[in-house]
Design a protein around this ligand. Structure first.
Ligand SMILES: [Zn+2]
Length: 110
């Protein structure tokens, strides 16, 4: 896995929990050590937030908060920014640069 998906990319859920399958969202966090990504609006969990006070930070107000739980990177595929199709990503190397290539429309991006 060499950075075929990056923060800020749009991805589509291809497997995993049924209700999120087929949904698209932006990658908001990469967890490379765990092979997971956090995708905006995907795999939402609710948690009860008790009022907490941490040093130097604002206290969080109590209540139910929703947050995106990480999902396995193998459960998502990149959505090409050019053709908007779910695609495999190729890597093009030149002497100075590494660019990703959409295998559907052959567009290079980055
Ligand atoms: Zn494309």
């Amino acid at each position: 896995m060499k950075a075929k998906i990056r923060k800020g990319d749009t991805v589509e859920v291809i497997s995993g929990r049924l209700q999120d399958k087929g949904k698209r969202g932006e990658v908001i966090r990469m967890l490379p050590a765990e092979g997971r990504v956090v995708v905006q609006g995907i795999n939402l969990r609710k948690k009860n937030q008790k009022e907490t006070r941490t040093q130097g930070r604002q206290s969080l107000s109590p209540g139910i908060i929703e947050f995106e739980a990480p999902i396995s990177i193998s459960n998502v595929m990149l959505v090409c920014p050019v053709c908007s199709q779910v695609t495999r990503v190729g890597i093009m190397r030149s002497e100075t640069d590494i660019q990703r290539v959409c295998k559907k429309c052959q567009a290079r991006f980055d």
